[in-house]
Design a protein around this ligand. Structure first.
Ligand code: FPP
Length: 239
């Protein structure tokens, strides 16, 4: 596809729940992991299209704290795909001035995979074109529990607890809240993704399995987003 030009009114931060890999594979008579593999490949084109369009932050929900309950073969396969994604993509992302971040707990990962993620974050830490955030071993409730523990450990008194303090104790501290969250495949659930940060996000549920969600589908989402009126609790006349 031709290079995408910057898009007017593009969301600054887009969250993506990459749903439908299993159904994509099943429809083709393939094992589920092949769907996840195709989904991993798709990250590349969506990151590039988003960066070209002018998106500054993009967060992908790759592995939730609940995904540990899936069959061991699938869990191990998803771990391998994260390693492959880093091996295959991070050098190019770095060249393209993209910064990589992780949200969630790295502690559940093997030491080798943890190191790979940490090295990729370190390598790309000064890049400024787009920030790519991988939510891996991430859960929104777990994130809030972790934040509460951090506040208590820091000795914050009850009257000092504020929305700002909680935001700054989340994994996403310093990252603006998502403007648009896209869940592919037509399922309409939040599934524990950025539940604090999504308070005023616009949501979209395109009926496309994640491996098929291409540049054109992304641009359609941006067009729809640009036509929405975000009121943040106010009425139209106050905006
Ligand atoms: C949901 O589809 C998808 C996931 C649980 C995993 C998404 C992970 C990747 C695309 C690859 C790993 C990520 C990185 C960054 C390398 P599903 O399996 O629930 O699909 P289904 O609802 O059709 O079964």
């Amino acid at each position: 596809m031709a290079k995408i030009e910057p898009v007017k009114g593009v969301p600054s931060h887009v969250g993506i729940i990459m749903d439908g890999n299993g159904r994509w594979a099943k429809a083709r008579g393939l094992p589920r992991l092949m769907g996840h593999r195709a989904g991993t490949k798709n990250l590349r084109r969506v990151i590039r299209a988003a960066a070209d369009a002018g998106v500054k932050y993009i967060t992908f929900y790759a592995f939730s704290t609940e995904n540990w309950k899936r069959p061991a073969e699938e869990v191990n396969g998803l771990m391998d795909l994260l390693a492959e994604f880093i091996d295959d993509e991070v050098r190019d992302l770095h060249k393209e001035n993209a910064r990589l971040l992780h949200i969630g707990h790295l502690d559940g990962l093997t030491p080798l995979l943890k190191k790979k993620v940490e090295d990729a974050i370190e390598l790309t830490k000064n890049n400024t074109r787009i920030t790519v955030i991988i939510a891996f071993n991430y859960g929104g409730r777990d994130e809030i529990v972790t934040a509460v523990r951090r506040l208590i450990e820091a000795g914050i008194r009850p009257d000092e607890v504020s929305e700002e303090r909680i935001s700054n104790a989340l994994f996403t501290a310093g990252i603006p809240d998502p403007d648009l969250i896209i869940r592919t495949s037509g399922e309409k659930r939040t599934s524990n993704f950025l539940i604090w940060q999504a308070a005023y996000a616009e949501w979209s549920f395109p009926e496309i399995y994640w491996p098929d969600f291409d540049e054109k589908a992304l641009l359609t989402e941006f067009e729809n987003y640009a036509s929405r009126e975000r009121r943040f609790g106010k009425i139209s006349e106050q905006l």
